[in-house]
Design a binder for this molecule. Structure first.
Ligand SMILES: [Zn+2]
Length: 316
């Protein structure tokens, strides 16, 4: 059966990371905080961050950059809005044809063109990664960058080191140009929800015609799945130069819809999300679930999915 949609629902354990932050006020960086339906505050990593990581891997994993439009070749965020051929088109249909056909990244991740005004929603969606409240922990660490003023030349390289607060205060008075700063570090189990819509790959959603052939659609589909693999093998968000996450594990479920029915999403925030999905799948033809309990198993499942055919709309 061809693949219509795929939901990826997972729990990922990241230790000592700082993948997403609110911003910096003074010398203090604030971690992202979100509020759940029950009023509980927890740690979050935005869908924008996760989607950006996936989009970057779509770009990186495509060896031949001529598969991208001019902007996407340089991973420029304006995407199709900088595509001259799109902007020269005399109708929205033709502009959409050109934008979708000429760029793998614009097709998979969507875009907005100002003139003619057309927009394409992404075929790949991410929700916030949410820390399970009982399994998420935060710490604020103080660090110091030492000033090299007045020190021998061989020491005159910038370096950073952890110091405790008392030592930091003493050193601050000793070396006036020294900078003290506070950085958050978090550890936790995070619930991740993502949906991939292969049926929409290569589809012009103004006239509902596919603008590329089946081989090209499959190439883009496989690229989307490969970028998922890369995103979980190496999750490169904020502050990874000094807080590269200690990824401990990933486990969860892939739901596959093999007919024109949306693949369901139940958040892994719910302890029984897998049981609920099992029940749903039993009662709905064309849905199936596949479990994984580590990264290697997830990769094998994604490899298997790459061999499948894509669902195609049957237009008269
Ligand atoms: Zn593009």
């Amino acid at each position: 059966m061809p693949i219509f949609e795929i939901s990826l629902l997972a729990r990922v354990t990241w230790n000592l990371h700082s993948l997403n932050n609110e911003g910096t006020i003074g010398n203090v960086t604030e971690p992202r905080t979100v509020v759940l339906a029950n009023g509980v505050k927890t740690d979050g990593i935005s869908g924008e961050m996760l989607k950006h990581i996936h989009a970057f891997y779509v770009w990186l994993l495509t060896e031949d950059k001529s598969y991208f439009c001019e902007a996407c070749q340089k991973f420029h965020p304006q995407k199709a809005d900088r595509n001259r051929e799109v902007k020269r088109s005399d109708s929205p249909e033709k502009a959409m044809d050109k934008a979708v056909a000429s760029c793998v990244l614009c097709d998979l991740h969507g875009f907005l063109v100002q003139k003619p005004t057309i927009s394409r929603p992404s075929t790949i969606e991410f929700g916030w990664a949410l820390g399970l409240p009982a399994k998420t922990h935060r710490g604020i660490h103080i660090h110091a960058r030492h000033s090299m003023e007045g020190r021998p030349a061989e020491e005159a390289e910038s370096r950073e080191e952890d110091i405790d607060e008392k030592v930091a205060e003493e050193k601050e008075t000793e070396v006036t140009a020294q900078m003290i700063y506070h950085r958050p570090t978090r550890s936790g189990v995070y619930a991740i929800v993502s949906v991939f819509q292969p049926w929409r790959i290569g589809l012009n959603e103004i006239n509902y015609r596919y603008v590329i052939n089946e081989d090209e659609r499959k190439f883009r589909y496989q690229l989307g799945l490969n970028a998922y693999k890369a995103s979980f093998m190496r999750t490169d968000g904020a502050m990874v130069s000094t807080r590269l996450p200690h990824t401990e594990n990933i486990e969860g479920i892939i739901v596959i819809s093999e007919r024109n029915f949306p693949s369901p999403v139940i958040s892994p925030m719910d302890e029984f999300f897998d049981k609920i999905l099992e029940e749903i799948v039993k009662r709905n033809n064309g849905l199936q679930i596949r479990r994984f309990s580590n990264l290697s198993q997830l990769n094998l499942l994604l490899d298997d999915l790459m061999k499948e055919e894509l669902f195609k709309l049957n237009m008269p």
